[in-house]
Ligand binder design. Sequence first.
Ligand code: PHE
Ligand code: FE
Length: 300
Amino acid sequence: MKALTPRTASRAVNRGAAPVTYGTGDRPPRGDYARARSDYTCEQAATYSAAEHETYRRLFARQRQQLPGLACEEFIAAVQQLGGPDRIPRLDDISQRLRPATGWELVAVPGLIPEEAFFALLAARRFPVTDWIRTPQEFDYVVEPDIFHDLFGHVPLLFNPVFADYMQAYGRGGLKASRLDACELLARLYWTTVEFGLIATPHGLRAYGAGLLSSAAELPHSVRSPQARRVAFDLRRMMRSRYRIDSFQASYFVIDSFDQLFAATAPDFTPVYAEVRATIARSGEIEAGAVLPGEREFTP
Ligand code: PHE
Ligand code: FE
């Protein structure tokens, strides 16, 4: 799940209409927002067709078999918490396991939701999961997050106590960033960690970002390809960096541990935003894929 960028603050409250446009295109999000509550949550679809369960089963099978050596251990250990791999799970069943583990719960949403609504849910330890699944034609690539991306990509690490706290801190930080008009800078942190983050482990580089873990092609690319560029986590550097939304990331950012990620993002970002804005005004943004002079690259 990634939030939409709202054009106006009022978009944070659902009025039954699809929230703004997605990304840079004019296509409205595909979900049915009329069935969502004011906080954008809804009931999970009561049933799914046999074909939809089959799509989930195939996506799950393909992705699970390539996790060893590519996904971090915390993720692999928790994948079983998603339940049987053959059917689209009930979100409530997963929440029953998740609540005692880290105090999080899953809530269904019709699709992408506005940033402020997204932040408010995370701050309350409620993770929004899109309840529809991609069509077979979109098996390899779907433009908007679907239930497979949201569940398989994001939910296992919500069982990890440190990462679970990081996600809540991000939600709280998002509410603050909205007031400071800094959501664009903060979103870069989400993108480079929660969606596309890599972690250095004693066994080598591994993925922990949901966009990688739910992608059949980008997961091995990010961890192993000599073409991918990988540099160390650096908060201010990441906030200055542009990213791609329409192809593999040109570079990835590597953390040492979830503790490092949590500690580095714990300070108040108010002065950080000011500093990063000043640096951008002076020296510009960093293009996607750039490696700066003196920056060490991680090699697979
Ligand atoms: N420390 C950040 C702030 O004060 C909040 C935050 C934590 C943001 C973790 C992102 C991730 O704004
Ligand atoms: Fe996501």
